[in-house]
Structure formats: C-alpha cells, structure tokens
Design a protein around this ligand. Sequence first.
Ligand SMILES: Nc1nc2c(ncn2[C@@H]2O[C@H](COP(=O)(O)OP(=O)(O)OP(=O)(O)O)[C@@H](O)[C@H]2O)c(=O)[nH]1
Ligand SMILES: [Mg+2]
Length: 292
Amino acid sequence: MKISVIIPTMNEPAIADVLRDVLDALQQHSVEVIVVDKSRDETALRAAELGAKVIHQTGTGYGDAYITGFKHVSEDTETVVILDGDYTYDPYDIPKLLQPISDGADLVIGTRFALMDKGAMSRRNALGNRMLTALIRSLYHVRLTDSQSGMRAIRRFALDRLKLQSPNMPFASEMIIEAQKEGLAITEVPIRYRTRVGRAKLDPFRDAFRILSITIRLVRDYNPLVIFLPIGLALMLVGLGYGTTILIDYIHTGIVTRIAAAILSVLLILTGLQITLFGLLADIILTNLRRR
Ligand SMILES: Nc1nc2c(ncn2[C@@H]2O[C@H](COP(=O)(O)OP(=O)(O)OP(=O)(O)O)[C@@H](O)[C@H]2O)c(=O)[nH]1
Ligand SMILES: [Mg+2]
C-alpha cells in the first residue's frame, strides 16, 4: 500500500526526530513524506536532508498547509496520513491507524485521551476540545471522543471527495463534518500524545472561537433547520405567551391597556414566523440542491 505522510511545519525543532520515526515505523510500506513548511529556521533543510518532499507554503494557516499538501500527493497513493511536526504524536502509532483502513474504514482518527502524557494538553485545551467534540457529535451524529486530534489516516478516494476550505484550525472539524456528510466510514483508535517540543502555534482562544464559528456556519449551510427553527419557535412562543396575557386583560376589561406590549407581542410572533419560514425554505432549497 502506497502511503503519503503529510506534516505541516512552522519552526519545528523536532522535525528530524519525527521524520526518522515516520520512516522507521513505515519500513514495510512504500512511503512518501511531504512536509509543508512555513518556517524561518532550518526546519525545511532538515526535512529535505531526510528525504522529505518539501513544499514551501505560500499561504498561511494549519488548514491551508494541509490543503496545499494534498495537492502534491502522488497519483498512486492509496492512503494519506497526517500528523504534526512537533513530536506530540508518535509516528510508531501510524500502523494502528492503517489497520482500520485495511479493514474498510475511510477515515481513522487517533484519539489521545486514553494515552496522554501528563501535561501534554493543557486543561483549557482539553476542555475546549471536549466541548467542540460534544457539539460535533450532537449536530452531526459522529461517534468521536477527540475531534481536534491532528493524527489521522484517510483513504485517498475519500479525501478527494471532501470539500476542505478552512485555512486555520477549524480544518480539523471541517474534515470530520465533510466526511460524515459524504457518508464515509469514520473510526477512532487510541494513540499516544506527548508533550510538545518547541513553541505552540495555536492560540487557544482565537482558535476556539474560529472553530465554534465555523461549526455554526456549517450547520447554517447544511442543516438550517437546526438553527432557524428553535430561534423562530422561541420568538413565537414568547410573543404568544405575552400576547395571551394581553388577551386575557382584554377579555376581562374590554380594552387594550398595554398598547406597547401588544405591539411587541405581535412583532415577536411575526419575526418568529418569518425566521421559521426562512429555515423551512432554506431546508427545501438545500434538499433540492442535494438531489441534483
Ligand atoms: N506550514 C504550516 N504549518 C503550521 C502552521 N500553523 C501550525 N503549523 C504546524 O501544524 C502543526 C500543529 O500546530 P501546533 O502549534 O502544534 O498546534 P496544536 O498541536 O494544536 O497545539 P499544541 O498543543 O501547542 O501542540 C505543527 O507541526 C505546526 O508547526 C502554518 O500556518 N503553516
Ligand atoms: Mg501540536
């Protein structure tokens, strides 16, 4: 089986160790290693010395690096493996990811929580990861425990079917959501996670926000009812509840005393109705587009 291993790097002092382990772990296979580099240090040089195909990234971002790397995968590659160049993932775990692919899986994700070195992931990142994973699980019904893991294996034909556009960290979520939408077989295997060598490129707050916003945007684009229906119905319910109290007053007294409240309740009902109808309309349009 021909395998392409893609590693994005931005000043990674451990790149040589990572590459040596990748090549050693995959001795039995035909392998090409593609390093997509955006470094100011000698990372690219070290990678090239060890036989990696080095691509100099012209754009920026973690997602952009992978999207660039995928374009350079050889014609005859059957499986693509991705991992970070910071020594956190253990290349000797790659065969564990390849096994489910041989057994029929399309996308295999390494889950880090069971075998994580102490301090390898900050509590804040672990919490953020858990929250995003729960969101992706509930919105897209994917059974996953580590949606932000950066070590994955994917069948070549499956990769070609995904529409990947996120230039930054949301790329990790986008890949899962796209795979799920394509009906691909996604599975997880436990892998090790070690403490990083070199400085982090991730900004937890900025990236968490980006990931959250892209998840919501994807829901809006692919499953509009999930967003618009609850908002629309909630507004209508509040409006109706409020309106009912005014109606009761009217029945008792014969006059509408709270004019402003009456107008507000009508506004709430109409706005809620508009939003609900918009969601339904968007859903109809999407369903028809998908049938084509
Ligand atoms: N080419 C390229 N590589 C990047 C870019 N941003 C991050 N990387 C690389 O992508 C991998 C993942 O980035 P990290 O900084 O390790 O992000 P992380 O794993 O979420 O964060 P840590 O937990 O701190 O390791 C590393 O190998 C980085 O060098 C980028 O803009 N371009
Ligand atoms: Mg990392």
